[in-house]
Design a protein around this ligand. Structure first.
Ligand code: DX5
Ligand code: ZN
Length: 214
């Protein structure tokens, strides 16, 4: 299981400390949530923060773009250090083109799905992508309640991936905790994003180790 702590829940006044904690921990990726206040009803951060994350991060940086017209910014996110870029299917009129744009930069391409978007919408693109980011909350905020319809979607996605011969990883984003992590693994999740579960814990490094052991 790949564990990707979400920086959205880190202490931005002590960002270096939290980044170094993730370096030391058993986490695998840094999950970086970019929100534009248009695609989602919240604004998080952009390039200056990503630049700081890149300065300290010793593990791959997984950038989740919750923004409209992501194609306008993909090249810059790559220059600033993204190793994986996920765009929302709901934000891309020409998803195939955007996926090719990401891959042309020699980084991994991800596609994120809102809770209401069926897994089947990926049928004609699944063989092209490296990561499917299944939103298990409505994107925009950390610390929300997990939507249990996600289990069914993981199974549908698993079938789609198997049928197409795709190697896409299934990433679950939103409301992941110690309890549902076990069930998510059993369903076939490959990557767990965790914000609140890690950073609201009295010992975040231990919380990461516990998720890793699921
Ligand atoms: C939600 C973000 C998530 C969020 C997860 O819009 O995409 O990555 O930070 O946070 P938790 O784990 O607290 O739900
Ligand atoms: Zn995210």
């Amino acid at each position: 299981m790949i564990i990707a702590p979400s920086i959205l829940s880190a202490d931005f006044g002590n960002l270096q400390r939290d980044l170094e904690m993730i370096n030391r921990s058993e986490a695998d990726w840094f999950h970086v949530d970019v929100m534009d206040g248009v695609f989602v009803p919240n604004i998080s951060f952009g390039f200056p923060i990503l630049k700081q994350i890149k300065k300290y991060a010793q593990k791959p940086i997984d950038v989740h773009l919750m923004i409209v017209e992501p194609q306008r910014y993909i090249d810059d996110f790559c220059v600033q250090g993204a190793d994986i870029i996920s765009v929302h299917i709901e934000a891309c009129t020409h998803l195939h083109r955007v996926v090719q744009q990401i891959k042309s930069l020699n980084i991994k391409a991800g596609v994120a799905l809102n809770p209401h978007t069926p897994a089947s919408h990926l049928q004609d693109i699944i063989s092209e992508i490296d990561v499917v980011c299944l939103m298990s909350v409505n994107p925009g905020f950390g610390g929300q309640k997990f939507i249990s319809n996600t289990y069914k979607k993981i199974q549908e996605l698993k079938t789609l991936i198997a049928q197409s011969g795709s190697k896409a990883l299934i990433e679950i984003d939103g409301g992941v905790d110690f309890e549902n992590a076990v069930a998510l693994k059993e369903c076939g999740a490959d990557v767990l994003v965790a914000g609140n579960t890690v950073f609201s814990h009295s010992n975040p490094e231990q919380a990461i180790a516990r998720l890793k052991q699921t």
